[in-house]
Design a protein around this ligand. Structure first.
Ligand SMILES: Cc1ncc(COP(=O)(O)OP(=O)(O)O)c(N)n1
Ligand SMILES: Cc1ncsc1CCOP(=O)(O)O
Ligand SMILES: [Mg+2]
Length: 427
């Protein structure tokens, strides 16, 4: 059986490290993840000087990534003091010189930091990965789980940076989820690795992970338009799905919270029946309360990073972006897609800046995330939008051209046909 990825944990003797390195040379793997477990959380050094030099000389040069915490990085660097993020960067560079392709210095033990900061260095770029520090004693096994999760993501074929981000998000969410549990007697408790399993087992939970092709025909509701045409939000959503909408966003700017929640729950039942994801605009609290599939947030709404922490790793998060810098930040923050626009002038959102097709193309080309175009789009211009032909533009998001019309289903169907005719973005 072909082994794709090997991840190492504690290697207690020089002989074992040497045997491992010899075996890896004989049976090369796609990637080697080295968690250099050398110093326990209580500070005990678990590896003597001879192991340290075998690590430096034999194991680290073979690694695709090493994941030392501050104490381990310091031990590998002959006791170098690591007290700031700048020190972590210097350590990452020095460790990289020892031969691993990537170095992740974990700053969980950094003093005076409200965030958990990790530094990833690949020899060219530094990535500062931040997440809110979770105050809990249940941290036992977080380093091992992080390295294992990185190994699993790399084995699935993801590039290293994505693998590290997903793994960090997994550990952070599991830590938050299990910060209150009380198991065992030691100074630290274990955190809850089964978070994913539990959230999957909840009744009615969306079974599918986010599929960017869902952005193909993105219907965004508008309470004022529904009122004007005398239809309920539920009827509007039903009609859009019947017409071929592939994802729904409830954008109910005027709704009272209680009413919004009730209608969101009703819409969710319809969406689940049809396998169409339902996102909530702006209101992360409403999304959590009704277990929606995710949220869409803008630049002045709750930051995506905070929304991710609140919603967990499974939910869909979209962020409005008008510039490459915003697109980069959305990706760093753990978003799943970005909405870019207004592509054309719109009456639906006041004072909205129009970026045009050129602005859309610039953002698409810079974005590492799938993109949906928004703003003034309808049957007459959807084809021109899709024809900018960048592979991550997955569809169009539309408000008035669907909902400020007499028959939502007919309008949605016509737009669906135009998009299918453009033959782009549907795969
Ligand atoms: C898919 C999609 N893209 C962009 C937006 C706009 O969000 P935002 O900038 O927060 O503005 P409001 O919609 O909240 O007025 C969106 N809603 N959906
Ligand atoms: C919410 C939003 N964000 C950018 S443009 C826009 C409005 C899109 O509405 P319409 O499709 O009616 O132009
Ligand atoms: Mg918003």
């Amino acid at each position: 059986m072909q082994v794709d990825v090997v991840k190492t944990g504690m290697l207690p003797s020089v002989g074992i490290v040497k045997t491992l390195c010899k075996t890896l040379r004989e049976f090369p793997v796609h990637a080697l993840v080295v968690d250099p477990v050398m110093v326990s959380t209580s500070g005990d050094v678990l590896a003597g000087p001879s192991i340290l030099s075998t690590f430096r000389e034999e194991l680290l040069p073979m690694a695709d990534i090493i994941t030392p915490n501050l104490k381990e990085a310091s031990a590998l660097l002959n006791g170098m003091q690591l007290e700031t993020v700048d020190d972590m960067r210097s350590a990452a560079r020095l460790l990289h010189n020892m031969g691993p392709k990537n170095v992740l210095v974990k700053g969980g033990d950094l003093p005076d930091s409200s965030d958990a900061v990790d530094i990833l260095y690949n020899g060219h770029n530094f990535y500062e990965l931040r997440s809110p520090r979770i105050r809990t004693r249940n941290t036992h096994g977080t380093g091992c789980s992080l390295a294992s999760s990185i190994a699993a993501e790399v084995a699935k074929g993801y590039p290293m940076l994505s693998a590290v981000k997903v793994a960090k998000r997994f550990v952070e969410t599991a830590l938050d989820y299990s910060k209150e549990i009380d198991i065992g007697n030691g100074p630290q408790g274990p955190f809850d690795h089964l978070l994913r399993l539990k959230s999957h087992s909840q009744a009615c939970h969306r079974q599918q992970p986010f599929d960017p092709s869902d952005l193909f025909l993105y219907a965004v509701t508008d309470s004022r338009m529904n009122k004007r045409w005398g239809r309920s939000i539920i009827d509007a959503v039903k009609a859009a799905i019947d017409g071929g909408a592939t994802i729904i966003q409830l954008r109910e700017k005027d709704a009272e919270t209680k009413d919004f929640m009730e209608s969101a729950k009703a819409c969710l039942r319809i969406c689940r029946l049809h396998g169409v994801p339902l996102l909530i605009n702006d209101r992360v609290d409403v999304a959590i309360a009704c277990d929606a599939d995710g949220v869409h947030v803008g630049q002045s709404d709750m930051p995506a990073r905070v929304a991710r922490t609140l919603l967990g790793p499974e939910k869909i998060i979209g962020v409005s972006c008008k510039t490459p810098e915003q697109a980069e930040q959305a990706w760093v923050d753990g978003a799943d897609y970005i909405g870019c626009g207004g592509v054309y002038p719109t009456n639906t959102k006041e004072n909205n800046i129009t970026v045009g097709l050129n602005g859309l193309k610039t953002v698409c080309m810079a974005s590492k995330l799938p993109v949906v175009a928004i703003g003034g789009i309808g049957v007459s211009n959807a084809r021109a939008v899709m024809e900018i032909r960048t592979s991550n533009l997955k569809g169009v998001a539309v408000v008035s051209a669907l909902f400020d019309r007499e028959c939502v289903q007919t309008e949605t169907r016509q737009l669906h046909e135009v998009l299918l005719g453009s033959n782009i973005g549907s795969t």
